[in-house]
Ligand binder design. Sequence first.
Ligand code: HMG
Ligand code: MG
Length: 313
Amino acid sequence: MGACEVGLPTVVPADGLPARVTIWEVGARDGLQNEQSVVPVDVKIEFLDRLAAAGLSILEATSFVHPKWVPQLADAEDLLAALSRVDGVRYPVLVPNDRGLDRALAAGVRDIAIFGSATETFANKNLNRSLDEQFSMFEPVVTRARAEGLDVRAYVSMCFGDPWEGSVEPKQVAAVGKRLMDMGCSQLSLGDTIGVATPGQVEAVIAAVALDGVPVDAVAVHFHDTYGQALSNTLAALRLGVTTVDSSAGGLGGCPYAESATGNLATEDLVWMLDGLGVETGVDLDKLADTSAWMAERLGRPSPSRVVRALRG
Ligand code: HMG
Ligand code: MG
């Protein structure tokens, strides 16, 4: 057992957990896409630089979506032109369609993520496509990106509930996820867009996805924390063998096209739990909490992360 110091959890490992977890940091994309105001490019760059300095190795940087749909990220080209990429750090971006891929390639991007929906209504609201039409939008993107040597992740949103359609069948999530993975994606991130999942449901969805042939080591989890369940859900996923977890520094986040979506699982809350469990992340919690406290000042409101508030409040 490690020493109990103020500001650090006592380390007590538990059985059945991976030795190491990769954190897919989405603060600069999922976090900032939902801000009322547009954060200046130089602040976004400092945010990304600080996150890299805190030890995060995957920083989802921005989206090449329609600028009218997400004005907060309309500066994607300017951001990537001014960003100095840190060696060993990946900077994936969201790309929905061919036009987005053209823009991403021109900006020198090497990692992209497509983002599908498990439900008809959200496909319509978020992509202006039917559930079925989303596949024909993504297919050429994945094919061309792979031919260009890019890595492609697939998100599926509304995996655990949809604000318009209610509950979502695990089989439906698995079917959408499988179709996206079969296009040539390397990882499937299961999104709880509105933060309603509970741990048994997480087990059911991951089991359904595995049954359809997507191995658990290709699965990532993406929890929003609306109902305070994100950490419990993460632990449930880790116990099933998931080793990539999406989170957002300071708990920023939400989706402008999903009613009742609030912030993502806070990276600090995740790192506190994993540090306490002795699971390696490579992240320096102190530097990370400083970064989120700094960002909260820029945004003019306190961070929703419990750990940031406990350490820096
Ligand atoms: P659309 O209006 O159907 O687009 O939008 P279109 O294909 O009909 O094209 C219309 C015009 O837009 C054309 O211009 C295109 O060139 C242009 P025109 O020829 O008329 O002059 N256009 C673009 N311009 C710049 N960049 C582009 C682009 N695409 C078309 N990429 C579209 C369809 C998919 C573009 C739109 O619905 C869109 O941008 N949606 C993105 C919404 C979004 O970003 N949501 C948040 C991210 S998802 C999320 O947060 C969930 C996640 O975190 C996981 C979870 O929590 O569950 C990932
Ligand atoms: Mg999200």
